[in-house]
Design a protein around this ligand. Structure first.
Ligand SMILES: [Zn+2]
Length: 403
C-alpha cells in the first residue's frame, strides 16, 4: 500500500516500488523496477519478450527533507530479433543516458530562475554548478521554443554591445527586436548589419511579419534597408531622441572647435557652465543664463547659428500634424543650406536622407523608448551574470526573462 502511494509521489508511473533503505545519514535510497511483460525496440519498434540481462542504475531525484534521494532502478535488457541486438528498456520521466530525473532538472530550472544566487540553488538541491548550468539552459530552450508569439503591431530595433572579441579586441554587438504591444523582447540576433539579420533563422520563424505596421529604428542604414524588405507593410519611423542627440553633438563639436583657439581660453575653464547651457532647451534657461549666452554669441557668430539650428530641431517635435511638420522640416533644411557652414552640412544630408522616416513620427507619434528600456534590462542581465560567453545562452536568457 505504501509502495503505491510512494509511486504516485515520485511521479514515475511505470515503476514499481520494491524497498527502501537509509543506511546513510544524508541519503534516502529507493529500489524500483519496471514490471511490463514486453518492450518495444527503440530502433525498429519490434516487440520483444526475451529478457537478456539486468543492470542497476542510480538516478538522482529532488531532495526530500534535506536528504539526497537516490533511485536505484533495475533495468532489464531485451533482445530484438530483427536488429539482432540487445536494448535497454526506456523509462518515462528519465531521459536516455541521464543520471537524474526530468522532474529534478525542471525543479533546478525553477530554483535558478527564482533564487537570488546560484550558490543557494546548489546548496538547496545538493548538486554541482554544472548540473545547474545544464539544467537551466536545457529547460530555458524548451520554454523559449514554446513561445510562439507572433509579431506585434509595433516593433522597435536597436543594438547593444555584448562581449569584447578575444582575438581582435573589438566589441561584438547584438540586435534586439522588441514587441511594443506586449513590451517584450521577441528576438535577439548576433551582429548589427543586414547580412547578419538575413542569416538568422529564428527571425524568419516568427509568424505574422506582414501585420507589423510601425518599425522604429535609430539612424542606422543597415536596419532601415532590412526593415523595409522584412516588414513589407510597415511604416519606418526614425527615432526622435536620436535626431535631437545628433543636433546636440553638432553644437558641442562647434564649441570644442572654438575652445581650441588660444584666444578663447576663458571658455576652456572647467567652471564655465556654457556646455550645459548650450544643450538646454532655451525655454528652460534663466534670464541671467540667456544673457550669458547672448554675450557669447556676440563673440562667436557661428556658434549662434549652430545653436539656432538645434533649437529649431527641438521645436520641430512640439508641432502637431504631419503637414505642418513637413513645412517646418523644409524650413530647417533650407536654413541650414543657406548658412553654408562645414559642420552643418553633414547633419543636413542625414536629415534629408531620412526625411520620410523622420516625418512618419508625426503620423504615428511613437518613440524608441521601449527599445532603449529593453536595452537597459539586457545590460542589467549581463551584469548580474558577470558577463556571458556564449551568445545562444544570452539569447535564451533575455527572451525567457523579458517574455
Ligand atoms: Zn530492433
Amino acid at each position: 500500500m505504501l509502495g503505491k502511494h510512494l509511486n504516485n509521489l515520485l511521479g514515475l508511473p511505470e515503476l514499481e516500488f520494491i524497498k527502501k533503505s537509509s543506511h546513510h545519514k544524508n541519503t534516502f535510497t529507493l529500489y524500483l523496477q519496471k514490471k511490463t511483460k514486453l518492450e518495444y525496440c527503440p530502433k525498429c519498434a519490434t516487440k520483444s519478450t526475451t529478457c537478456y540481462d539486468k543492470r542497476e542504475v542510480t538516478i538522482k531525484d529532488i531532495p526530500l527533507r534535506g536528504k539526497v534521494v537516490h533511485l536505484k532502478i533495475t533495468k532489464r535488457r531485451f533482445y530484438c530479433k530483427s536488429c539482432k541486438k540487445p536494448f535497454t528498456e526506456p523509462i518515462q520521466g528519465i531521459r536516455k543516458g541521464f543520471k537524474s530525473t526530468t522532474r529534478f532538472r525542471k525543479h533546478i530550472f525553477w530554483c535558478a530562475s527564482n533564487f537570488d544566487n546560484l550558490k543557494n540553488v546548489q546548496i538547496k538541491n545538493k548538486c554541482s554548478s554544472w548540473m545547474v548550468y545544464t539544467s537551466f539552459y536545457e529547460h530555458a530552450e524548451l520554454e523559449v521554443r514554446k513561445l510562439q508569439n507572433p509579431w506585434g503591431k509595433t516593433v522597435g530595433i536597436d543594438e547593444h554591445s555584448f562581449i569584447r572579441n578575444v582575438k581582435y579586441g573589438h566589441k561584438e554587438f547584438v540586435t534586439i527586436f522588441v514587441d511594443y504591444n506586449k513590451s517584450r523582447i521577441r528576438e535577439v540576433v548576433k551582429g548589427r548589419y543586414e547580412s547578419d539579420f538575413r542569416r538568422d533563422e529564428n527571425l524568419y520563424n516568427i509568424p505574422g511579419r506582414e501585420n507589423v505596421q510601425n518599425v522604429i529604428t535609430d539612424f542606422a542604414p543597415s536596419m532601415r534597408s532590412f526593415a523595409k524588405s522584412f516588414f513589407p507593410n510597415a511604416k519606418l519611423i526614425a527615432d526622435k531622441f536620436h535626431l535631437v542627440r545628433l543636433a546636440n553633438n553638432m553644437v558641442n563639436l562647434k564649441r570644442l572647435e572654438i575652445m581650441k583657439d588660444p584666444k578663447n581660453s576663458i571658455l576652456k575653464s572647467r567652471k564655465n557652465p556654457l556646455r550645459k547651457m548650450l544643450l538646454m532647451n532655451s525655454k528652460k534657461l534663466k534670464f541671467s543664463q540667456q544673457r550669458a549666452l547672448m554675450y557669447t554669441f556676440d563673440l562667436h557668430r557661428e556658434l549662434e547659428a549652430f545653436y539656432k539650428v538645434k533649437e529649431m530641431i527641438v521645436n520641430l517635435y512640439n508641432i502637431r500634424g504631419y503637414k505642418r511638420a513637413k513645412k517646418a522640416f523644409a524650413q530647417i533644411t533650407n536654413f541650414m543650406s543657406s548658412l553654408k557652414m562645414k559642420g552643418l552640412q553633414s547633419l543636413r544630408r542625414t536629415m534629408l536622407d531620412w526625411k520620410q522616416e523622420i516625418l512618419n513620427y508625426f503620423k504615428r507619434r511613437v518613440t524608441n523608448g521601449k527599445t532603449e528600456g529593453s536595452n537597459r534590462k539586457a545590460k542589467l542581465i549581463q551584469r548580474q551574470a558577470y558577463g556571458f560567453k556564449k551568445l545562444p545562452n544570452y539569447r535564451l536568457k533575455l527572451i525567457y526573462l523579458c517574455r
